[in-house]
Structures are given as C-alpha cells and as structure tokens.
Design a protein around this ligand. Structure first.
Ligand code: MN
Length: 490
C-alpha cells in the first residue's frame, strides 16, 4: 500500500495542496467505485480513477471518455491515487504538481469483467458514464480507452467535418416582411468554423484551411466548453482604438507564419471570436433546425469569455439595427430568415447582408508608380473583378475575363505600401491582365494573384468603383472567385 502511493506522495507537498495525503483511512472497501475528474491543469484533461486493492488506479485522458465506439481515446496510465481522492475537488495552487481546478465530472460504481496487466474491461454505472469499456496499453504508459457498447445516446450523430460556411447574398435593403427575419451585426473579420471536442478547439476558415495556430487565445474556449461537443460558426475579429471591428488590424494577425510571431502580436492585437450559430451540439447535428431554434440553443450555451462572445441578435427591427450600424461605423447587418435551416456552402437567399457602406474584394492586376511622397513605391492599385466565377466559366466552357474596375489610391498605411510593393514585385508582367478597358498609361502590370478588400461609395453605371479606399489584403479568397457583388435580392 505505502509503496503503491510512493509516486503520488513524492510529487506533492501536502503543506501546500489541499489534495488528500493518503495517510488516512483507506476506507477498506472492496473495489467497485469510480470517479472521473475534470482537471483544468495547464492542459485540460479528464482523470479516470478505479477503486482497486485499496488505491485508485488512474489514467489521464486528454480528450475525455469516448462516447462512441468509433473513436478511441488516449489514456495515459498515471500513478495510483489514495482512496480518499475519490471525493476530492478543489483548486490545486499555482506552482504545485497538477496546479489548476479539479472538478468531479462523474462518480459511481463499476463491475470488473477482466483485470489483467494488458487489459482492463469494466462496466460503468455512473450518472453520465454508463456502459462497457476496455482499456489496453499500446506503448509504455500510453493506453487506449475504447467503448464496447453502442453509444449511450442511441440517436447520437458523429461530429460533422469540413463544413463550408453558409453565405449571405448582398441585398439593397432590409427585407419587406421585417418580422420574419432575425438581424445581426455584420462582423468585419475572418469567418471561422470552430470544432470543439475533448476541450480542444479546431478552427477552419472558409477555404477549409486550419487556422487554429493563428489564434491561440481561442484555446481557452475549449477549456470553457469542457466535455461538451460543439461546432460553432462565427467571425474572428480584431478591434481598432475606438473599439470598432477592424479588418485592417486583423491583417496583422492573419498573415503571421510562425508561432513566435503570433505570440508577440497577441498582446497588442488580441482577437475575439463572435459566435453566431451552432451547427452541432452534444451528438446532434443542428443544421436542419430553423435559425430561430439554433439561436435559442446557442444563447443557452452562454458562450462569453475573455476572447469569445455571443453577440445579441434582434427579431425584426432590422431598419433600426442598420441605422445603429451606420452610426457606429460598422460594415452593415445580416438578415437571417427565422424559419431557415443552415445551408453549408450556399450563398442563400435566406441570409442577406445589407451594407452600411459598400465593400468587396477585388483582384490586383497592377499599380501606378507613386509620385511626390510615394516616389519609388506603389501609388495606387489597379483593381478588377472577373466577369464570371470560375465555376460558371467551367460550366459554360468559357474563359474568365478580368475587368478593370478603377484605381485604389487611399486608405493605405505606410506599411501597407511597403508590403504591397514586395508582394507585387515577383508578380510583374509585361502585358495587361485586364480584358477590354485598361488603366491609364504608365501602369505596371502584375499577375492577378493578390486579393484586396476595398470600401467604396457605389458602382458607377459602367461598373467602376466610386471613391474606393483600401481596407486590407485577403488571403482567404481565390482571385478567380472575385466577381462584382451587386445586390441580387431586393
Ligand atoms: Mn490530472
């Protein structure tokens, strides 16, 4: 007994930690109880402890107990714990072994079916944890835990992967039947779907690229969600000095390649994940539910923390929200039909964006060299859009044509000009990439590979930009998909 708890005791200072010392009464019961601790240590994990021969035989399970026989989870065999630990919960102070909060996730009894060095097969009778499981070693201290019974929840659906975000159509104004719609602020950032399981968050952008490493502050969201399983839809945003979402500021976070660069930028440009939809919730795919119901489920989750928010939505009152957005200098609003399902990857008429100012992505096809203060650098960008999307062109068997839309000469910061110059240099070419009308003489042409976000007053009758201003570079958009975005729903 003393030997069994040797490692447990060696790792802990019982003057410091409130955890049991293991010197007390061991209970003397014949095995049969279990506990699963949810341990918010440096890395969130769950500890499974089985009462056996006067101690708690323990495994640390990074992703928690698997609810489904389809996925096995790693279970690291750790030192035996004293029997009294079965009721332990509390805060292990900073600086101690396993510092962080310990909660009881579940408790109950279990039956032993097999107990050998290489196989532990048990049936749990807990409140949350029930059913037949087997634990078996794979390498050294690493074991796996596998559920042998069918999922406890019979209707359980696996978490969907690679969901393409649903998109909104650009609309001129708030829909006529204002009360059949819900309204949200349109956030000016990067769209991201968050897959959360076992306390871990994985973020994917609309190109299916994994952007988890880009935003380490969102790891905390996983810890906050704990053992729940969620797929969320939202927008990663950064704020400017006035507290407005700023795509320009987010630029400084979007393009960082190394982890150390991300860490350095995190403190001066923190991000917030604005969550506006829930697509999967604890074993249920929710995309078929009407928007209103999904929003209800999302609001009940109360996801609100240091780096994530669930901004409020409004039933009806679209015009009022649009006015408020305009006043606060926000990009616009999104109207979502109350009874509409989530349509992955579709630009649906059931979601409509109504802009306070016009804004869209354009492709850079060249630049005018700077004059005066900008001599030797980019003066303005020659931008354009394709006459049809790549998919449309393939369908019709036609070539896409890049149409010149005008020059963007304002909205740049010093650093933007330097960066654009560097990016455009290797893309230089002798001929114009634009079909039809051309920029004025003296333009330096470039392969149409860069996509920029531009704000402007309106499209002219001949489809050029009026009063455009640069908002930032986009690397989450394929230039071949950049077409003119005109309101297509009234
Ligand atoms: Mn632990």
């Amino acid at each position: 007994m003393a030997k069994k708890l040797g490692e447990y005791k060696r790792k802990r200072d019982f003057e410091e930690t409130p955890e049991p010392s293991g010197n007390g009464d061991s209970g003397g019961q014949p095995g049969g109880r279990f506990v699963v601790h949810e341990h918010h240590a440096r890395s969130l994990h769950w500890d499974l402890r089985l009462e056996r021969d006067g101690v708690l035989v323990s495994w640390a399970i990074p992703k928690g107990i698997p609810p489904d026989p389809k996925t096995n989870h790693l279970a690291v065999h750790v030192e035996d714990h004293p029997i009294e630990y079965i009721d332990f919960k509390g805060e292990i102070p900073e600086g101690n072994y396993g510092a962080g909060e310990v909660k009881i996730w579940d408790q109950g009894t279990y039956d032993v079916l097999k107990w050998r060095d290489k196989e532990v097969m048990v049936v749990f009778h807990g409140e949350r944890l029930q059913g037949k499981y087997v634990l078996f070693p794979t390498k050294g201290k690493n074991w796996m835990i596998h559920r042998m019974d069918p999922p406890a929840d019979e209707g359980r659906e696996p978490m969907p992967r690679d969901i393409k975000p649903m998109m909104a159509r650009l609309a001129e104004r708030v829909p006529d039947k204002e009360n059949e719609w819900g309204y949200e602020v349109k956030w000016d950032g990067v769209r991201a779907i968050a897959y959360i399981e076992g306390g871990r968050v994985r973020l994917q952008n609309r190109n299916m690229r994994d952007i988890t490493q880009q935003y380490p502050e969102l790891r905390e969201l996983g810890r906050a969600v704990g053992a729940r399983e969620l797929v969320l839809d939202g927008e990663v945003i950064a704020f400017d000095e006035e507290g407005r979402p700023s795509f320009g500021r987010l630029q400084h976070r979007m393009h960082l390649a190394s982890e150390s660069a991300v860490r350095r930028r995190m403190s001066d440009i923190p991000v917030v994940y604005a969550i506006f939809d829930v697509l999967y919730l604890d074993g249920r795919v929710t995309i078929r539910l009407p928007y209103e119901e999904r929003r209800g489920l999302l609001d009940e989750l109360e996801l609100r923390g240091s780096h994530w928010q669930t901004p409020s939505w409004h039933r009806g009152e679209g015009k009022a929200l649009l006015d408020a957005a305009r006043e606060q200098g926000l990009e616009g609003i999104v109207a979502k039909k109350l009874d509409s399902p989530y349509e992955p990857g579709r630009r649906s008429v059931c979601w409509r964006k109504i802009k306070a100012v016009q804004r869209q992505e354009l492709v850079v096809g060249g630049y005018m060299p700077g004059e005066g203060g900008r001599t030797g650098r980019v003066g303005s960008l020659c931008v354009g859009y394709y006459n049809m999307t790549r998919a449309e062109a393939e369908e019709r068997g036609e070539e896409q044509r890049l149409i010149y839309a005008g020059n963007v000469g304002t909205g740049f910061k010093e650093a933007d000009l330097v960066k654009l110059g560097k990016l455009l240099e290797p893309l230089r070419r002798d001929t114009s990439p634009f079909a039809g009308r051309q920029p004025k003489k003296g333009a330096v042409f470039a392969e149409p590979q860069l996509v920029v976000e531009v704000e402007f007053l309106m499209w002219t009758r001949t489809n050029t930009l009026r009063a455009p201003s640069f908002k930032g570079l986009r690397d989450d958009k394929d230039p071949r998909d950049v077409v003119i975005e005109k309101p297509d729903v009234a």
